[in-house]
Design a binder for this molecule. Structure first.
Ligand SMILES: [Fe+2]
Length: 387
């Protein structure tokens, strides 16, 4: 499918309302009021059910735009890699986790206790030459990038694990006075440009965006409105992929990309990110995505994509075997970019200064409700006709 890239010009009334300064709460209310009719699909997918998990019970930082830092969120959250036998067999350390077997490339929603679609195992493009045209070229490109990149120690050993990683696109947060494009050195910029112009990654980016739009259309619309406003206001900023809804992406070059438990707290608190696994490894033995809050361990073969609210759900990978290689490609948008747009393209400090007393009270209320309003944009099981 050809997804709406979000950066394209549009005359939608929703955008017009936003650009006239409507508040975030009003935009959310507008989206809620215009929820589309139930989606119709020819086949009933096998849903993946989370265990004892409801996204509404999650939390965000005080403004509701970004997630909570994972350190100190919960004392029992693990900080090391866990092999599969920590969850199955006689000597398991963790109970009540469910292993989700790979059933093929078809898309499968992840459903919480309230029947909300909280994520999607997207699978991959249903194309007979997917392996030749997308998977293999993407793996080769990652291997080439790893061989030629210049990566500092801090980019090889970081809070998400011990693997080489570099990012591109637009970010905002951590003291930046305005959103900007992530900076990489000359060598890495050239490598990143070659990855971004590689048709394999363009297809992966477009596929993830299409799945997002299809399975969470209201949240997708929230992204589309805000991303369109952002790039219109900042025409010199270039999104990584013209056919992707997200403003940034990361290439995790491994060579053994297996993430420690973490939340990507700088992303939009209730937003979705896309993770694509690449490499050569036995996906029945390693590379699984563990969604700790959902008590799910999902087989994650090379070439497949999974969409999750990565700022909200604590996640990690099962390690792969020695000699195997695993890479990943992720797409996401910083929560700070949404805040920048909603605050009229200014810092939170300037925004707060511009408000009257009543305006401050209203902003405080909106902040407190943003998480709830955000997860209310998620689709429900009955809307997507899942058994
Ligand atoms: Fe992550």
């Amino acid at each position: 499918m050809q997804p709406d890239a979000g950066a394209q010009a549009s005359t939608s009334s929703t955008h017009t309302r936003l650009s006239k300064g409507r508040t975030n709460a009003k935009v959310l209310a507008y989206l809620w009021a215009h929820r589309q009719k139930p989606l119709r699909r020819p086949q009933t997918p096998h849903a993946i059910r989370a265990r004892r998990f409801a996204i509404k019970n999650g939390a965000a930082a005080s403004t509701g735009y970004i997630g909570l830092r994972d350190h100190g969120v919960a004392d029992n959250e693990p900080t090391s890699l866990h092999r599969l036998d920590a969850f199955i067999g006689d000597h398991k350390s963790y109970s009540n986790f469910r292993i989700i077997k790979y059933l093929g490339p078809a898309t499968r929603p992840i459903i919480d206790d309230d029947n909300r679609v909280v994520g999607v195992f997207a699978g991959h493009e249903d194309h007979p030459k997917f392996k030749e045209q997308v998977l293999n070229p993407a793996i080769i490109a990652m291997e080439d990038a790893l061989a030629s990149c210049s990566i500092s120690e801090e980019r090889r050993d970081h809070r998400r694990g011990n693997f080489a990683s570099f990012s591109t696109g637009q970010s905002y947060g951590g003291g930046q006075v305005r959103p900007g494009t992530l900076i990489n050195g000359a060598i890495n910029t050239a490598i990143l440009l070659s990855l971004l112009s590689n048709s394999a990654f363009t297809r992966l980016a477009g596929f993830a965006t299409g799945v997002f739009a299809n399975w969470s259309p209201h949240l997708y619309e929230y992204y589309r409105i805000n991303m369109m406003a952002f790039y219109r206001r900042n025409p010199t900023l270039k999104r990584p992929f013209i056919n992707s809804i997200w403003s940034a992406c990361t290439f995790n070059l491994g060579p053994q990309t297996c993430a420690l438990g973490h939340r990507d707290f700088a992303n939009l608190a209730f937003g979705w990110c896309a993770i694509t696994a690449l490499g050569n490894f036995d996906y029945t033995k390693g590379g699984h995505l563990i969604l700790w809050d959902c008590r799910l361990i999902i087989e994650f073969p090379p070439g497949c994509t999974i969409l999750i609210p990565s700022a909200a759900i604590f996640h990690s990978n099962i390690p792969i075997a020695e000699g195997e290689r695993r890479y990943s490609f992720t797409q996401y948008t910083a929560g700070g970019i949404f805040r920048w747009v909603q605050h009229g393209f200014q810092t939170n400090k300037n925004y707060q200064r511009s408000l009257s007393k009543a305006g401050k009270r209203a902003a405080f209320k909106a902040d407190a409700k943003r998480w709830e309003d955000g997860v209310n944009l998620y689709t429900y099981k009955d809307e997507v006709q899942i058994d």
